[in-house]
Design a protein around this ligand. Structure first.
Ligand SMILES: Cc1cc2nc3c(=O)[nH]c(=O)nc-3n(C[C@H](O)[C@H](O)[C@H](O)COP(=O)(O)O)c2cc1C
Length: 184
């Protein structure tokens, strides 16, 4: 898949996951690509915890996932993206660590989509419980997690078709201004 196809086809597919194994080298490649993201002063405040296999995923889900996201248990791999705020660069009072983690996570999503893997970001979880189960230290935040799973269709495109047909975005003119905020 080409980069632009991955950007256009990526969507949240938690209802389409299968438990089919995702090879460890594929997961590692995706995480290495995530880590190629830019970050303020190259601070790289991201950390990723890979959770693999039924027992570990069930333990995490039992402790920290709401019912609305229970379907992601099906995935063979969950990745929890964390931030280390102490490593974040502060500019104008703004700590850019979440921005940087978001950049790395977007790389991860596109790298997964490129390989035909389904993802779905989840932020609605019990952070304290997730941190406890995964031994994430006090000075790190668990920001978002995603399953990595092969979709339950003949192709990624087929699995994503329904979701993409319902995709909604704000009108372009509402979010992009020419010259100055609000336009000329
Ligand atoms: C930071 C963040 C947190 C999210 N948390 C959740 C979540 O807790 N549960 C969920 O079902 N989807 C969650 N999503 C998925 C969004 O709802 C989804 O990205 C959005 O509706 C756009 O749909 P798309 O990803 O298919 O383009 C989250 C997305 C982001 C970026």
């Amino acid at each position: 898949m080409e980069t632009l196809d991955a950007i256009r086809l990526r969507c949240s597919l938690k209802t389409k996951l299968t438990g089919r194994e995702v090879p460890p080298d594929v997961v590692e490649a995706i995480l290495r690509e995530a880590c190629l993201a830019p970050s303020a002063r190259n601070s790289q405040p991201w950390r990723f915890v890979v959770v693999r296999g039924r027992t570990a995923i069930d333990a995490l889900a039992d402790a920290g996932l709401p019912e609305s996201s229970a379907v992601i248990r099906r995935a063979p791999v969950l990745v929890v993206a964390c931030a280390r705020p102490a490593d974040g660069v502060v500019v104008g009072g703004l700590n850019y660590c979440l921005y940087d983690v978001g950049s790395a996570v977007q790389n991860l999503l596109l790298a997964a989509t490129d390989r035909g893997l389904a993802t779905h970001l989840i932020a609605n979880f019990d952070e304290a419980a997730v941190k406890r189960v995964l031994h994430i230290p006090d000075d790190a935040r668990a920001v978002v997690l995603t399953p990595l799973a092969w979709p339950d269709a003949a192709s990624y495109e087929e699995a994503a078709a329904e979701r993409l047909s319902q995709r909604s975005r704000l009108p372009f003119e509402e979010v992009v201004f020419e010259g100055a905020w609000g336009g000329a």
